[in-house]
Design a protein around this ligand. Structure first.
Ligand code: CDP
Length: 223
């Protein structure tokens, strides 16, 4: 497993496909650093909302604020400007707001740079929407994780319930589908499967099966 220590794994896919759960477990097993890029976009969305800035009318103020922001990810927590916001960024309010924020080109440029700096030495698994296409197009292994929107909504609802957030299944599914639409149709780095990414449909797979599959693919990618 020694040569796996420097691997770069890109894990992309739509909302609620299980990327973060799987990435965290793969990272633990292979002793990699896990970088959840979605939480960076969520942190920025949280900062903009907290400062009551209007996405359409106050772009200049937003970019100044984001440029100065210090984002820190540990393996369990997310901080912005020193404040721990791990739970806050999972609120449905942020989920609804994050796609328009992540469509802003200047914000993407800044966060992609940060992600590339964090992953430059390898030994990382990053999950997101554009890792295999934009952030690390030369990644050793690219996986595109999908599941039906019904299954993804069920998983997300369960995850939210564990965190004390209640929303009907219909509402969760509608919000996921709306976010997918926005993420797939934005101008810059839309959600896309990279041509050389391996598609993994997780509808009928357990978390363990997906984790084992990615570890197997990681080993094969280095041979
Ligand atoms: O966990 P979930 O699938 O709900 O989403 P996430 O990974 O936390 O990402 C939240 C949002 O950030 C996405 O819906 C995208 O709008 C944006 N995002 C992005 O544009 N590029 C990334 N590399 C990661 C997330």
């Amino acid at each position: 497993m020694e040569n796996l220590a420097k691997i770069t794994i890109a894990l992309d896919g739509p909302a609620g496909a299980g990327k973060s759960t799987v990435a965290r477990l793969v990272a633990q097993k292979l002793k990699l650093v896990y970088i959840n890029t979605g939480s960076m976009y969520r942190a920025v969305a949280w900062l903009i909302l907290k400062n009551n800035l209007d996405l359409n009318l106050q772009k200049k103020e937003i970019l100044e604020l984001v440029e100065k922001a210090e984002i820190l990810l540990t393996q369990d927590d997310v901080f912005i400007n020193g404040q721990q916001i791990t739970e806050q960024i999972r609120e449905p309010e942020i989920s609804r707001f994050v796609s328009p924020v992540s469509a802003m080109s200047e914000i993407r440029t800044q966060l992609v740079k940060l992600q590339q700096a964090l992953g430059k030495n390898g030994g990382v698994i990053l999950d997101g929407r554009d890792i295999g296409t934009t952030v690390f197009p030369e990644a050793d292994l690219k996986v595109f994780l999908v599941a039906s929107s019904k299954e993804r909504a069920l998983r997300r609802q369960k995850q939210q319930m564990a965190g004390g957030i209640e929303q009907s299944l219909e509402e969760v599914q509608a919000e996921i589908e709306k976010r997918d639409y926005l993420d797939c149709n934005r101008e810059i780095s839309p959600l896309r499967q990279a041509p050389d990414a391996i598609l993994v449909d997780t509808d009928n797979l357990s978390i363990k099966q997906v984790v084992d599959k990615i570890i197997d693919l990681a080993q094969k990618s280095l041979n």
